[in-house]
Write a protein that binds this ligand. Structure first.
Ligand SMILES: Cc1cc2nc3c(=O)[nH]c(=O)nc-3n(C[C@H](O)[C@H](O)[C@H](O)COP(=O)(O)OP(=O)(O)OC[C@H]3O[C@@H](n4cnc5c(N)ncnc54)[C@H](O)[C@@H]3O)c2cc1C
Length: 834
């Protein structure tokens, strides 16, 4: 066995095999794959092999799309038939809300070029008469997907990988990883069969690998332990049953009819497909337990759990309702196996936290569907430094290392399993493991009717509902159109435009970079000029491809001390980047250190034309009447002030585009200051405001948001932010950004949409009938009284006045590109003196 390789892939399931294949295809030689048992002996062998396109995430849709296309090419390349049955997928709807969900999905599918069609109950009945359509409103049909044989596709990828030079070694288990500064030393042990068990032998080898990828499926917890990191990838039991042949189905097929598509009754929470004249039923039932939370026992190999029929009785009965002929057929077989999950149901793909050249590909719950694309895009990340699509939403560091625990992962993973077939409302908030991370004023906000969202474990008010709301208020307020919360968000947005509002932004990620080398480091890392002492700049750190890796608000506290504020959702993701960038930069130009101060500061954004009047009531100063004036406290500056007894790092910025201050306060005084502000605010009409209103308001100012307009698939030039890029200096990623040019450009659009709905920021944009771009944000504008959105179009369309169409609810609606910042384009309101 070779002991010195470029890349070592650990795990020979569908995912690891695809990664090894794609690394070789991307041009890396010396790729080795190790499997502790046999290829496919993890979850892969017992998967049902369905390859559904349907997914509400942009990145995951691309991954699935790649897989489906790639698997169709494997036979030609390897001579092995992967058993791809392109029977299509029929996703049925019993309710209007479900049809709305499909319409929203469809516009996302448009943006990814995924083919689909809608069908009426009559069309379904005509083509598939065994399906009871009595209570259906319609269905979404994907003609080009279907199901595959999971073991065969893995073997085909393995053969393709070997043909490209990949070494695949079975019966070798990785038992230890050690980073040596520029490579990993990986200790592996030979395993052997003994009495049906897999045991470790005394034979060990150390393999030197420049890069390591772990794709260890249900063993992710052991892998994490060996690496000294945390991961929320923990399996949940999933079962499917196989029936005896259904005579009606056999007859139907004998008559020359084609195979049924994979049927999904989403409202009944199951999939069904044909299997040798019978049916496979796969339910996503309530109560499926997590398993192996501290690792897989040695005794568990390619094993299964006993069937729990009681748990899936409801789904079984609903299959009989949907396919009445299945009532009389008996059960032939059952599978109950571990299926790895993560709290949001999406895999963890990307660099491991805190480690170099260590890549994770763990937590795959639709791993057969995702394997092809995951391998393709991860190989791009590894070989080129970035992928064509923004992989940020799948990055392993979206779950912070500091706060995430086993109990959290178990609760959320079981929830993610149960939620596979829920209505995927864009305004959904999942209830489990909450509240967990709360800001100081949490209880006060709750008493004011706050309906919380959860970001990175933090509770943040989304909006303030009625005071007498019951526990289900927010649940019932969700919709694919304007939900029951819309009115509240609109009143909050108006309060900021006309009076004064307060937003809790305590979840912001906050880091201090300090020391003689801090300026040189940040100047190199970010593309804007660094601010002067006491001033603030908005700036971007770029990826190696020149795209936007992170957005920072940088406050210069002292000559060599900076306070960096970035998105709360991305705390660990940003921190890992910052620490690695600092290490790469080195300390030749002076020592500096980076301190995470996120949980030391609570943050309130106070904004609106009356915000100065309100703060003037509380500010203590020798000359209190002028401390908040433009002269002493200009826009984009920072001052340490006192509000009552609270010391405040006040920053004159407002993400809502109104006069305002961000008040950063010691977390232990957060409650005190909240109370002071609320009491003083009473006579000014101070209104607590949630993130939904804030999200609408920032679009009126064309303020880009990370994860929406800003990400690793667009440069800051493409985000149309030249005013924040100092081309006169050198900065990381500059050459790549310039070489990329402007492929598409960020715009703001005002939309004459439907009366009862706004875009969500995932809709396709059209010029006439031609798709020309997509929205990345959406909402309602109180200033213009209509829907608003931000997104990307071809540069030639990114001109104020260009008429476009937005696809919503299956129809095209008029939209017009606005100038940047359609509300208060000269920033007069933000700069107003007083
Ligand atoms: C009943 C059931 C039905 C399913 N149906 C579908 C479906 O229809 N469609 C779909 O897309 N998905 C389905 N899935 C999910 C799918 O099976 C998994 O997502 C997929 O198999 C994950 O592949 P993987 O390569 O990540 O993990 P695995 O297949 O589990 O592979 C991981 C491999 O890593 C090896 N390994 C672990 N640790 C080490 C180590 N230290 N050293 C060496 N090797 C190691 C293991 O032996 C294993 O072979 C189903 C799952 C279940 C349980």
């Amino acid at each position: 066995m070779k002991t010195d390789v470029k890349a070592l892939v650990v795990g020979g399931g569908a995912v690891g095999t695809s990664i090894a294949y794609h690394l070789a295809k991307a041009g890396w030689s010396d790729v080795m794959l190790l499997e502790r048992d046999e290829l496919t002996s993890g979850s892969t062998w017992h998967a049902a092999g369905l390859l559904p396109y349907f997914n509400m995430s942009y990145a995951t849709t691309h991954i699935h799309d790649y897989s489906i296309k790639f698997y169709k090419t494997l036979e030609e390349e390897t001579g092995l038939n992967a058993g791809f049955s392109v029977v299509g997928n029929l996703r049925m709807a019993q309710t209007q809300a479900r049809m709305d969900e499909y319409e929203l999905y469809a516009t996302t599918a448009d943006t990814c070029g995924v083919p689909y069609e809608f069908m009426t109950p009559a069309q379904i009945k005509e083509r598939w008469p065994l399906v009871n359509t009595d209570d259906l409103l319609g269905a979404l049909y994907h003609p080009t997907d279907g199901y595959i044989n999971p073991a065969d596709v893995t073997m085909a990828m393995a053969k393709g990988a070997r043909q490209r030079g990949v070494m695949i070694e079975r019966k070798w288990q990785v038992d230890g990883y050690e980073w040596k500064g520029d490579h990993w030393e990986v200790t592996v042990t030979k395993t052997a069969e003994k009495g049906g068990n897999l045991i470790s032998t005394d034979e060990t080898v150390v393999i030197k690998a420049e890069h390591v990828v772990t794709a260890t499926g249900n063993h992710a917890q052991r892998t994490a332990k060996l690496l000294g990191i945390k991961t929320p990838a923990i399996p949940v039991e999933h079962q499917f049953i196989v029936t005896e042949p259904d005579p009606a189905l056999v007859e139907y097929r004998k008559a020359g009819n084609p195979e049924h598509p994979v049927l999904r009754d989403a409202d009944a929470k199951w999939y069904v497909r044909e299997e040798r004249g019978g049916w496979i039923l796969g339910p996503y039932e309530l109560g499926a337990p997590a398993c192996f939370k501290y690792g897989v026992p040695d005794s568990f190999r390619a094993d299964l759990f006993p069937l729990d029929l009681e748990r899936i009785e409801e789904e079984y009965m609903s299959m009989i309702h949907r396919i009445p002929t299945s009532e009389t057929v008996g059960l032939k077989d059952d599978f109950n196996g571990p299926i790895c999950y993560t709290p949001d149901g999406n895999p963890l793909i990307g660099p491991a936290p805190g480690l170099r050249n260590m890549w994770l590909a763990e937590g795959f719950s639709f791993g057969i569907t995702a394997a092809g694309g995951a391998g393709y895009y991860l190989a791009q990340l590894m070989t080129e430094g970035e992928a064509e699509i923004d992989m940020g939403s799948l990055d392993p560091k979206r779950y912070g290392q500091d706060w995430m625990t086993t109990d959290y992962a178990v609760a959320k993973n079981e929830e993610a399993y149960e939620h596979v077939y829920i209505l995927h409302h864009p305004d959904e908030e999942r209830p489990r493991a909450r509240p967990l991370r709360t800001a100081p004023a949490y209880e006060r906000q709750k008493a004011l009717g706050a309906q919380f969202g959860c970001v990175n474990g933090w509770e943040r008010p989304n909006y303030y509902g009625p005071l007498d709301a019951d526990d289900n208020f927010d649940h019932d307020a969700r919709s694919f159109r304007r939900g029951g919360w819309w009115q509240y968000a609109m009143e909050e947005a108006k309060a900021i435009r006309e009076g004064v509002g307060i937003i809790d932004a305590s979840a912001f990620a906050k880091h201090v970079v300090k020391g003689p080398g801090a300026t040189a480091f940040l100047d190199h890392l970010t593309c804007n000029k660094l601010p002067k002492v006491g001033r603030i700049n908005l700036t971007y750190a770029l990826s190696v491809k020149g795209t936007t890796r992170t957005e920072y608000t940088i406050v210069r506290l002292a000559e060599d001390e900076y306070y960096l504020v970035s998105a709360g959702a991305l705390h660990a993701y940003d921190e890992d980047f910052l620490l690695k960038a600092a290490e790469d930069f080195g300390f030749d130009q002076g020592y500096f250190h980076i301190q995470d101060v996120t949980t030391q500061w609570a943050v309130y954004a106070v904004a609106g034309p009356k915000s100065r009047d309100l703060l003037n009531e509380l500010v203590r100063d020798a000359e209190p009447e002028t401390v908040l004036s433009n002269k002493r406290f200009p826009w984009l500056s920072m001052r340490n002030i006192e509000l009552g007894m609270c010391p405040v790092r006040a920053i004159r910025v407002a993400y809502t585009g109104e006069l305002g201050w961000e008040l950063h306060v010691p977390v232990e005084m957060g409650l005190y200051l909240w109370d002071q502000l609320m009491a003083a605010g009473e006579k000014h009409g101070l209104k607590p405001v949630g993130t939904r209103a804030q999200n609408w308001l920032r679009q009126e100012k064309s303020y880009r948001a990370y994860g929406h307009e800003l990400g690793r698939d667009a440069t800051p030039m493409e985000a149309d932010l030249p005013r924040f890029i100092d081309l006169s200096k050198d900065f990381a990623g500059k050459a790549a950004m310039e070489a990329t040019g402007v492929r598409s450009k960020c715009v703001t659009v005002l939309i004459d949409g439907p009366e009862d709905a706004d875009p969500w920021g995932r809709e396709a944009l059209f010029d006439g009938e031609t798709r020309v771009g997509r929205l990345t944000s959406g909402g309602y504008s109180v200033a213009f009284g209509k829907s608003i959105g931000m997104g990307y179009v071809k540069p030639e369309q990114a001109v104020a006045g260009t008429k476009l169409k937005v696809k919503m609810q299956g129809k095209l609606w008029d939209a017009e590109v606005t100038e940047d910042s359609p509300y208060d384009p000269t920033n007069a309101k933000i700069r107003i003196d007083g």
